[in-house]
Design a protein around this ligand. Structure first.
Ligand code: CP
Length: 327
């Protein structure tokens, strides 16, 4: 098991053992950040590596947490946050962009509105490429961040009952998270209006990977029973060609105090964020609502991923705190 030099385009590019290695390494990174024990930050050695972030779509969490992660690791960052300011605006292809940026950095993080763009990038680049979201296809590092938060709270990823709610058709976060959870042996409940259901091909994949067939419903209150985690997602206006279609589904699910009273006492609420109206502000103080903590975890998870792909941490077992950044 070695992640050095690999790409991360789909969550299933990594085995369960490799995902576990990322999460274990992220725990060590959280310690180095002073999250645990004494709360003291560990000084990390300077790292002579450059991360390039190429974002052809808006982002707050993913881009900034990747950049924060690289800076925390002691490395440097070059960033293209606005595609209009790049030569993509002059018609440069994705593959050519990937070839060029490979000469300027050691690892690339890319977000693009087209499905499959991350694969094109990875094939053309000569350094590791991390998919930060390609259209409505996948968002594998969000899934790693979700799994990190879930495992921290539940102590395991195995055998949990998880509800995925909202736009399952266009939601790239659930397209990465669902197969990962299924492969760890979780029971899944897909909660969406029929028109925004999980794509058939992905449902088939989840079924192949899972011990049990996912339940499918549009009834959020009824689906809460027995859940260990409810994963809320936004109905994504930007994915609808017809604004009238979006308006039909906007506000279809709103998790509020009334629903939380019906939910299990230990049911975590996660959300990749940003939220619009699907989680009422009144539940932010509910101890089960962990979405802000989830987003914060994006830094140690992405530190771990960068370090593993660059080959600067132990690949076979969780890193020792004192040996985190061997030269
Ligand atoms: N969760 C997520 O991808 O957020 P951003 O779009 O802000 O990166």
């Amino acid at each position: 098991m070695a992640l050095t030099g690999r790409d991360l385009v789909s969550i299933l590019d990594f085995s369960n053992d490799e995902i576990t290695l990322v999460l274990d390494t992220a725990e060590q990174m959280a310690q180095a950040l002073g999250w645990e024990d004494s709360g003291e930050k560990q000084a990390l050695a300077p790292l002579d590596c450059i991360l390039a972030t190429l974002f052809f779509e808006p982002s707050t969490r993913t881009r900034m947490s990747f950049e924060s992660a690289m800076l925390r690791l002691g490395g440097s960052v070059i960033s293209m946050a606005d595609a209009r300011a790049s030569s993509a605006a002059k018609g440069e292809s994705l593959a050519d962009t990937a070839r060029i940026i490979s000469g300027y950095c050691d690892i690339i993080v890319c977000r693009h509105p087209e499905n499959g763009s991350a694969q094109i990038f990875a094939e053309a680049a000569s350094v590791p490429v991390i998919n930060a979201g390609d259209g409505h296809n996948e968002h594998p590092t969000q899934a790693l961040t979700d799994l990190f938060c879930l495992r921290r709270h539940k102590g395991t990823l195995e055998g949990l009952k998880v509800g995925l709610c909202g736009d399952l058709k266009y939601g790239r976060t659930v397209h990465s998270l669902a197969p990962a959870l299924a492969r760890f042996g979780c029971d899944l409940v897909f909660i969406s209006p029929p028109a925004l259901a999980m794509p058939e091909e992905l449902s088939q994949k989840v079924q192949e990977l899972s011990s049990a067939q996912p339940d499918v419903t549009d009834d959020l209150p009824a689906a809460l029973d027995g859940l260990d985690m409810l994963y809320m997602t936004r109905i994504q206006q930007e994915r609808f060609a017809d604004p009238a279609e979006y308006e039909k589904y906007q506000g279809v699910y709103v998790l509020d105090n009334k629903l939380m009273k019906k939910a299990p006492e230990d049911m975590l609420v996660l959300h990749p964020l940003p939220r619009v109206d699907e989680i009422a502000l009144e539940i932010d103080d509910d101890p089960r609502a962990v979405y802000f903590e989830q987003a914060r975890g994006g830094v140690p998870v992405r530190m771990a991923l960068i370090a593993l792909l660059l080959g600067i941490v132990n690949q076979t077992q969780p890193t020792k705190r004192s040996g985190l950044m061997e030269p």
